[in-house]
Design a protein around this ligand. Structure first.
Ligand code: TYM
Length: 340
């Protein structure tokens, strides 16, 4: 089966609607047809200042949410990045193939560094995309005649990092012989960039959005409903998709369409003349229907931490086997003497 790999940072007590629609829903769907590797990227989570107890808690909460959403540990390999040390090892090798200028062009680094004041940003934040490339390429299928698909389901904001990964795969292959398949970003149409409910011009983001701007997966239906009802729209009353002039309504339409399966024109027709109130109420209902079972299953999974840790240990064993094989090849190709 073709391979798929993706990762998510355990940097909040809940994933949000952007994570779910931009990426996680695709994780669940792709496991039906792909040999899937899904990773909670705790090494990435320490590139900004963090609290160790919170990281430990959030890593488990993250894994529990993924299972609750339908990632099936029997079919897919679900693991924690730091359990597989080859991620850091391959990142080193790839960092030696990455130009300083090339890394400096990563827009997510520039944004995050600017927010912290660039001298306060860590070197880890700078090399973050190279670690991400390592996450992906460790699970590359072997290059062969029938170049199989190798997909990375992510939101729009990760496109540049997947591009860098493709470049690094090509560069490694060129210098040291065919080793990696270049991965493809698998980005959903429509839901690739969910925006902030209060600032519809900006991405919904764990680090940048206010609580009122974010819908959390683990949120209770009551507060979730309030946030939707208070989502910024415009002074008009027409439920119409118009990114330029009606960014807020357009975002809500995108969310509704992604959750309900209706098309945007169908929704525009359905809410013609009814104003924003009914539309928002229905959307809140749709969100509650989607997230309530996920919240309940997550809480149940967190009740038995030992069982959760066993699932992750099993995933780490499977991921480790693949990662070790890849790293053995990489070490040999770059000219490291084998340990004998
Ligand atoms: P992270 O943890 O920030 O986000 C996880 C996934 O959610 C997507 N996403 C969104 N999609 C649509 N609209 C939004 N507002 C929105 N916000 C977030 C992200 O695109 C992402 O797919 N660098 C990655 C984690 C990572 C990774 C990897 C991903 C590490 N190694 C290897 C793929 C493969 C990140 O920070 O995602």
């Amino acid at each position: 089966a073709p391979r798929v790999l993706s990762g998510i940072q355990p940097t909040a007590d809940s994933f949000h609607l952007g994570n779910y629609l931009g990426a996680l829903r695709q994780w669940v769907a792709l496991q039906d047809t792909h040999d899937a590797f899904y990773c909670v990227v705790d090494l990435h989570a320490i590139t900004v200042e963090h609290d160790p107890a919170a990281l430990r808690r959030r890593t488990r909460v993250s894994a529990a949410q993924l299972l609750a959403m339908g990632v099936d540990p029997e079919r897919s390999t679900l693991f924690v990045q730091s359990h597989v040390p080859e991620h850091a090892e391959l990142a080193w090798v790839l960092s030696c193939l990455t130009g300083f200028g090339e890394a400096s062009r990563m827009t997510q680094f520039k944004d995050k560094a600017a927010k912290q004041g660039s001298s306060a940003a860590s070197v880890g934040l700078f090399t973050y995309p190279i670690l991400q490339a390592a996450d992906i390429l460790l699970y590359s299928p072997e290059p062969g005649e029938d170049e199989r698909l190798f997909r990375v389901p992510v939101g729009e904001d990760q496109r540049q990092h997947v591009e860098l990964t493709r470049d690094l795969a090509g560069r490694f292959n060129h210098r040291f012989g065919p080793t990696f398949v270049a991965p493809e970003a698998y980005i959903p149409q429509g839901a690739a960039k969910i925006t902030d409910l209060q600032e519809p011009g900006s991405k919904m983001s764990k680090s940048a959005s206010s609580p009122q701007g974010i819908v959390d997966v683990l949120e209770e239906p009551g507060p979730m409903r309030k946030k939707i009802m208070r989502a910024v729209t415009d002074t008009g009353s027409e439920v119409r998709f118009d990114e330029e002039n009606k960014a807020g309504v357009s975002n809500l339409l995108r969310i509704h369409a992604a959750l309900s399966g209706a098309t945007v024109p169908e929704l525009e027709a359905r809410y013609e003349g009814s104003g924003y109130g009914q539309f928002k109420k229905d959307l809140a209902e749709l969100l509650a229907e989607t997230f309530t079972p996920i919240r309940e299953r997550t809480l149940k999974l967190l009740d038995d931490e030992d069982a959760l840790d066993r699932i992750l240990a099993h995933g780490a064993t499977r991921a480790g086997e693949v990662a070790r094989r890849t790293m053995d090849t990489v070490r040999d190709r770059v000219g490291f003497v084998g340990r004998g």
